[in-house]
Design a protein around this ligand. Structure first.
Ligand code: S3P
Length: 174
């Protein structure tokens, strides 16, 4: 099986869905944000605060480059902004099947409003920021995606089961 790449806006469920999917499909999970935090010895928030977003985007690119030749069927969960850099597109395309977990601004706002670990949403009007960013990002996500799954009003297990049974056609009973 090819790698499965989980892509989508902050709060769409990439990490949780990635975790459950890796368990069901018995595949190794790679979370690029976690890899970056591990390598830098700092949280994403600390990286943004001390070194800035541009530096973080370089780390994201470097992280993708290290995965470029890992084509052995892993689940790779991206940061929400990774697909915004064009230089990352060809790497993502050759890395595996790209699944866009598509969520509305309302869903994203509800899922992120009590979390302060996302520097881009630590602003006066996070709701407006989500809409603004999503307007820019959604067309890019849609262009890159091999598969689009709408996650609005769906439980995590519903999305995971749909991916396992309908998209990746695996018959697993747990
Ligand atoms: C970002 C999303 C975050 C993290 C960073 C920037 C973005 O990851 O990479 O805060 O630009 O959308 P999640 O999508 O896992 O929250």
């Amino acid at each position: 099986m090819k790698n499965i790449i989980l892509m989508g806006f902050m709060g769409c469920g990439k990490s949780t869905i990635g975790y459950k999917l890796s368990y069901k499909l018995k595949k190794c999970l790679i979370d690029t944000d976690a890899l970056i935090e591990q390598k830098e010895g700092m949280s994403i928030s600390q990286i943004f605060a001390t070194k800035g977003e541009a530096y973080f985007r370089e780390l994201e690119y470097a992280c993708l480059k290290t995965l470029e030749n890992e084509l052995d069927g892993r689940i790779i969960s991206l940061g929400g902004g990774t697909p915004m850099r064009e230089v990352n597109h060809s790497i993502l395309k050759q890395l595996g099947t790209i699944v866009y977990l598509k969520a509305s601004p309302e869903t994203i706002y509800e899922r992120t409003k009590h979390n302060n670990k996302r520097p881009l949403l630590q602003c006066e009007d996070p709701r407006a920021r989500i809409e603004e960013l999503l307007t820019i990002r959604n067309p890019i996500y849609e262009t890159l995606a091999d598969v689009i799954v709408n996650v609005d009003h769906k439980e995590i297990h519903e999305v995971v089961n749909y991916l396992v049974e309908e998209v990746f056609n695996e018959n697993i009973s747990h």
